[in-house]
Structure formats: structure tokens, C-alpha cells
Design a protein around this ligand. Structure first.
Ligand code: HEC
Length: 249
């Protein structure tokens, strides 16, 4: 029985593993408001030009993350004129579509459809591939139409594949590792530092995307804790009352 149970718990992992590359862990923290604020800034500066997040208004984001209207107008809004407006792209979507072949999807709930770990892995897994239109490919989104917009922060990398034979004897490439490209001037410590900074950037960004997908989540969790504390205190009184009532029976 025990064995069966442990095999069952392994099942989702096996299914996921067979579906392609292993995902990295975002380890984001929705109650870290500094991280959310940094993520919001990265989002408006690098993503909002193509992707909208139209379920969110700038003013609501400001209230939730502690950004004043003045700050919103000067640092977070490019082209949107009112703090009450939804987070739409400033550019014409049709024009972007002719350029990239697809309309960049709205990212309001992408963290719920894709999951934070997928998003984290996606943003870390762009690699140089001269056979595509953008000159880039992505390990978890094959032949993706999106350019690697954060390439300057990450630096370019290439993917190393090895050939493996499956059970039928057919050979196919299996991802082995990423290697930095054109990074000759940089020492290993500098490369590590850069990689670490980029991971933090992506973690903040993914944290913000998770907030976008469910803005109420932190409030809900905080409320849940308060309710549990209330119930615990209420239990004591209810118990004392019960004792009092049943004393003479
Ligand atoms: C130059 C335009 C452009 C910019 C800037 C851009 N993207 Fe994209 N993005 C696209 C396009 C086009 C697609 C659709 C790719 C496809 O379907 O092949 C896409 C797809 C995506 C997807 C996959 C959505 C899904 O579920 O299929 C995610 C996630 C994403 N972008 C996140 C981001 C983030 C985060 C940023 C900011 C760092 C960003 N994008 C900046 C053009 C852009």
C-alpha cells in the first residue's frame, strides 16, 4: 500500500517530465512588496510596449503596491494619460502582429494559465538560434515569436544539446546546458554575478505577473490568518460557556 501511494505521488512529476524540459522554481514571494514594485517597473518598461494587462488599472496597482499617483505618472505610465486607465499597450496591436506574425497576448492572467515556474523558466531560456526570424529560440516555447527583450540584462547564451537514443533506437536531441556567448571579456565571477542579477530581475517580474493574475491573493491570505486567530479565541469562550451551561446537568 505504502509503495502504491509513493508511486502515485510520483505520477505528476513523471507526467511533467515527459512533457519536455524540466522547469526551474520561481520561488517568488507575493508578500514582498519591494519585489512587486520592482517587478511592476520592469513590466511597464519592457513588456507593456507589446503586451497589455487590461484587467488591471494603474491606479489599482498603485494602491496595492504603495505607489503614489505622482510616481505612477512619472515612472510607470508611458503614453497612458490617466491613472485610472487600464494597462493597455501604447502601440497598435495590429502593427505589432504584422511584425511578429502573432498578436502578443494579454498578460493579465498568464501566471494562472502558465504557472509561475513556467514563466520563470521561459524568461531564462531564450537562446541564440540563427534559423528563426528573431535570431532567438526558447527551450520551453519552441520557435517563439517574441524577441528576447531582456537580452542585455542576461547576456546572450547558446544551448548545448546531446543526442540520445530512445527505446526504439531513434536519435533525438536532449538539452544539456546553456553556455554564454560573446562573454570573453568577463571573468567567471562577473558572469555568475550577472546571472544572479538577472534571476532576481526575472523573479521580481514573475512575482508581479503572479500578483496581476490574482491581485486579491495577499489580502485573502492575510484575512484567512485573522479569521483563524478569531476562531481560536472564540473557541475558548464557547468552551467556557459550554462548561457553564452543563455544570448542573
Ligand atoms: C516586441 C514585442 C514584445 C515585447 C516587448 C514582449 N513580448 Fe512577450 N510576446 C510577444 C509575442 C509576439 C508573443 C507571442 C509569441 C508566439 O506566440 O510565438 C509573446 C509571448 C509571450 C508570452 C507567452 C504567452 C503565452 O502564454 O503563450 C509571455 C509569458 C510573454 N510574452 C511575456 C513577456 C514579458 C514578461 C515581457 C517583458 C519582459 C514581454 N513578453 C515583452 C512580443 C513581445
Amino acid at each position: 500500500m505504502r509503495l502504491l501511494l509513493s508511486l502515485l505521488t510520483l505520477l505528476p512529476a513523471l507526467v511533467l517530465a515527459s512533457g519536455g524540459e524540466q522547469l526551474m522554481h520561481a520561488d517568488n514571494n507575493l508578500s514582498d512588496s519591494d519585489s512587486l514594485k520592482r517587478g511592476a517597473k520592469i513590466f511597464v518598461d519592457n513588456c507593456l510596449s507589446c503586451h497589455s494587462a487590461s484587467f488591471m488599472r494603474f491606479s489599482r496597482m498603485g494602491q496595492d503596491l504603495g505607489i503614489s499617483d505622482k510616481e505612477l505618472l512619472s515612472d510607470y505610465m508611458h503614453g497612458n494619460d490617466k491613472v485610472g486607465s487600464p494597462m493597455n499597450t501604447a502601440v497598435d496591436k495590429a502593427a505589432v502582429a504584422t511584425f511578429f506574425g502573432v498578436v502578443p497576448p494579454d498578460l493579465s492572467v498568464v501566471a494562472r494559465s502558465r504557472g509561475v515556474d513556467w514563466l520563470y523558466t521561459y524568461l531564462l531560456s531564450f537562446y541564440v538560434d540563427n534559423s528563426t526570424n528573431t535570431g532567438m529560440n526558447n527551450l520551453v516555447f519552441k520557435d517563439v515569436g517574441m524577441p528576447h527583450v531582456l537580452w542585455e540584462q542576461q547576456g546572450l547564451q547558446k544551448a548545448v544539446f546531446k543526442t540520445e537514443k530512445d527505446a526504439d533506437g531513434n536519435e533525438h536531441p536532449v538539452f544539456e546546458k546553456f553556455e554564454p556567448v560573446n562573454a570573453k571579456g568577463l571573468s567567471q565571477t562577473e558572469l555568475d554575478k550577472k546571472a544572479e542579477n538577472y534571476q532576481t530581475t526575472v523573479r521580481d517580474l514573475v512575482n508581479f505577473l503572479a500578483y496581476l493574475g490574482e491581485p486579491i491573493k495577499t489580502y485573502r491570505q492575510a484575512l484567512g490568518v485573522k479569521i483563524l486567530i478569531f476562531l481560536a479565541i472564540f473557541f475558548v469562550f464557547a468552551y467556557l460557556l459550554k462548561k457553564e451551561y452543563w455544570k448542573d446537568i
